[in-house]
Design a protein around this ligand. Structure first.
Ligand code: NAD
Length: 458
């Protein structure tokens, strides 16, 4: 049996070893989840809400332990881990409120032709949900699906990232302690276990992770519905009327918080050429106040560190200029200096491929049409942010950008419960529906209550 060695990225020390699930165990968990679905799916909504409230209470009770393990396994500052756990609790209550206002929908039919016939749509769970998650927000991202999926009456087989197996294990313990057994199941493992789960007998898949994995899933999933929330290369467009102080504060935060390891991090910055100098002065000032290890967390692994270095090497070879940072920090842990680049262009990986590190590359533009073209020159389509004092102008520019989420004077903003989150192009197959509706199937019903045989029937 394989084992996962979990490493604290701040110290590079192993914090624990956890056995990987076998394929037989994955099958067993799916069978258990199927059998638990029969009773969980038949509980009243009121009863399921009661269980979700117990999960929320148990999260509160175990908050400190959960925060500590997130800090240890991901290397997050305490405040960021605390935010995650609070967000997870909040998402439970958000979806409880949402599901209470869900009602069956009557469908109008031609009463003259179909007398005594009524039609309506109600919402029913899929069955067993497969949930595969990444490590960068291991707690809240998981609950953005766990809460609506359980409330809707689904059971779950959950595979957390191999980089956050201990966080995943604690989430499992917190939930399983208060739910009927087998409603929420966990499998531990890396890509191969994820792959096996994708091709298994689950009823629907929710996946958050990289584009490469997304392509693999599309090949392996067969005929099942699935949701893919994948990587991004988000553009940050600064119009010439933007509030410089506010915008540079947001830019530094957007590029460097979580060490740039957010799917909606600032990965490409486009500044109107008339304000570049002022923008850079203010930005450099902000970055000089950041402390590695306090404001800047480590990258998750040596592999991630090497990827960031390779993007930078490619940019260096092609003529970029490093204004600040540009190398691994001289200390223990997978820390990388917050880095600002200019003289970059779209021939460089740093402007084309998701870097997922604390690097902020800056280009200029002269017109908003040019800014939109630059933002759209990407295989990704997760989110884009626009900075201007003229909100209407920002909205107009936002309309031109092909992404799933547009933010005006905001960055990495999440609606409660991660609702309506998602991207297009290679960033995912964003649904037009809320997360709750994605956990439910709209089933149509037709009921004829007349006693006469219809004339066309044999
Ligand atoms: P990853 O794709 O390597 O792994 C994510 C999860 O999928 C892990 O649990 C992993 O074990 C599993 N996995 C990997 N390959 C798989 C495969 N072929 N089949 C099935 N499962 C597989 O991603 P990561 O490094 O954990 O996370 C970082 C990526 O996630 C970045 O690209 C980031 O942008 C993306 N992300 C996207 C969102 C979003 O909402 N769009 C949110 C967070 C992170």
């Amino acid at each position: 049996m394989g084992k996962i060695h979990s490493i604290d990225p701040r110290t590079e020390q192993i914090i624990g070893v956890i056995p990987e699930s076998t394929i037989l165990e994955v099958d067993e968990k799916i069978t258990n989840a199927k059998s638990a679905f029969k009773s969980w799916g038949n509980l009243s909504l009121h009863e399921r809400i009661g269980f979700l409230e117990k999960i929320s209470g148990n999260l509160e009770k175990n908050k400190t332990k959960l925060i500590n393990i997130i800090c240890e396994e991901i290397g997050k500052p305490e405040a960021s881990a605390r935010w995650e756990v609070n967000d997870a609790i909040n998402s439970i209550h958000y979806y409880i409120n949402q599901i209470q206002s869900l009602h069956k929908v009557n469908i109008k039919i031609d009463e003259k032709s179909f007398e005594d016939t009524k039609a309506f749509i109600d919402y029913t769970p899929y069955g067993v949900i497969g949930l595969i998650t990444p490590w960068n927000y291991p707690c809240c991202l998981s609950f953005w699906t766990i809460a609506p999926a359980l409330l809707s009456g689904n059971t779950i087989v959950y595979k957390p990232s191999e980089y956050s197996s201990f966080v995943g294990r604690m989430i499992y313990d917190i939930i399983d302690e208060v739910l009927p057994h087998n409603v929420f199941n966990i499998v531990i493992g890396s890509k191969n276990i994820g792959k096996y789960l994708v091709g298994s007998d689950i009823d629907k898949l929710f996946f958050t992770g990289s584009v490469d994995a997304g392509y693999d899933i599309v090949k392996n999933i067969g005929i099942k519905t699935y949701s893919l929330e994948l990587g991004g290369k988000d553009a940050f467009i600064v119009c010439e009327d933007a509030d410089i102080e506010m915008t540079t504060g947001a830019a530094a935060w957007g590029a460097f918080t979580n060490a740039g390891q957010i799917c909606t991090s600032l990965e490409r910055c486009y500044v109107h050429e008339d304000i570049l100098e002022k923008f850079l002065d203010s930005l450099m000032q902000k970055v000089s106040n950041l402390t590695i290890g306090k404001d800047i967390q480590p990258l998750i692994s040596n592999t991630q560190l090497e990827k960031v270095q390779s993007h930078l090497e490619d940019a260096n070879k092609k003529g970029c200029k490093v204004l600040v940072g540009g190398k691994r920090a001289n200390m223990q842990g997978y820390f990388f200096e917050p880095t600002i680049l200019i003289d970059v262009d779209h021939s460089m990986k740093i402007m084309k491929e998701e870097t997922f590190g604390p690097i902020l590359p800056i280009m200029t533009f002269t017109s908003e049409d040019e800014a939109a073209d630059l933002a759209n020159d990407s295989k990704y389509g997760l989110s884009a942010t626009i900075w201007t004092k003229d909100v209407e102008r920002g909205k107009e520019l936002g309309e031109q950008i092909k992404v799933g989420m547009v933010l005006i004077n905001e960055i990495s903003f999440t609606l409660d419960g991660g609702d309506y989150w998602g991207g297009i192009k290679e960033s995912g197959n964003k649904s037009s529906e809320s997360k709750l509706m994605q956990c439910l199937m709209a089933k149509s019903h037709v009921v004829y209550s007349g006693s006469e045989k219809r004339s066309k029937w044999y």
